[in-house]
Design a binder for this molecule. Sequence first.
Ligand SMILES: C[S@@+](CC[C@H](N)C(=O)[O-])C[C@H]1O[C@@H](n2cnc3c(N)ncnc32)[C@H](O)[C@@H]1O
Length: 317
Amino acid sequence: MLKDFKKHCNMTRLSTICSQLVELSNQAFSVNNGNIPKWEEAISSIQKTQPGKLSFEHPYIAIDTKVNIDDLTLSLKQLMPWRKGPYQIGDLQLDSEWRGDMKWDRLKGHLQPLAGKTVLDVGSGNGYFTYLMAMQGAEIAVGIEPFLLFNYQFQAIHTLISQPPKAYVLPLKLEQMPKESSFDSVFSMGVLYHQKDHMLHLQQLKDVLIEGGELILETLIIDQKHGDQITPEDRYARMRNVWCLPSTDTLHIWLEQAGFKNIKLIDVTKTTPEEQRATHWIGDNTQSIKDFLDPNDDNLTIEGLPAPKRAVFICQK
Ligand SMILES: C[S@@+](CC[C@H](N)C(=O)[O-])C[C@H]1O[C@@H](n2cnc3c(N)ncnc32)[C@H](O)[C@@H]1O
């Protein structure tokens, strides 16, 4: 996988940073993680399935192949929880916790065309959106995702595709990216609220964009009536590590302060149990959004804070 990435990467504008990205990825994969043998075994058994053609069959990223459903289910379940998707592999529906297609539908009509572009997907999870970006004709779509399991999930899906699109997921954090302005389009979706220093994250996103390049920022927000921003003291909708919930006005100001131009708010949507739900692909802990909300008022989280709402901003460097 990293070999293919390096070869392809070297043929693009990213050529000056490819070796560094591969070296950092190799370091990340060589950590001592007791789950790796289990995940590698799962990938080996998935390799027995005949790879098939990739397409988008709403709402699924679909792979046209014949599968032994029981065997493939068993292997893919070694890689749970499947948060992002959904995927359809032959007759097997891998119904992830999140309906990623719903987020994609909200933003795809607003993007600068991705055809021929260098694209970075920060916090890519298993690469569901990175695939969609590559399927729009990107020259290369690079997902970065520090959580190793999601990298193995990406490999599992990649193994099943006969002619994979130009999509890769590397086990890296944005902070590790070389400070070179190399990407035409940078996506940061569902990542900002996990950052202790939101301005640093916005600055780092700007650093990796070319002049005039486009940032697509999706994050949790609050309605203005709740104030300019909330910093949850403990958990938010049972999530740890949620540091900032700005209003859209506040987020607009943060983007201006970070030096972005042509800032447009293109969508605000409340997260529904249609978009985030427990499926049997998330493992033993089967809680999802309905368990994270106040049972008597779905406008509040279980901690009494405003229920999850997400905004998408698009702007230029
Ligand atoms: C809520 S998920 C969002 C996944 C996907 N982008 C989406 O919109 O559905 C956030 C992901 O960002 C990753 N992440 C958190 N901090 C990051 C950082 N500094 N650099 C890159 N990825 C990060 C997490 O590991 C997690 O998988």
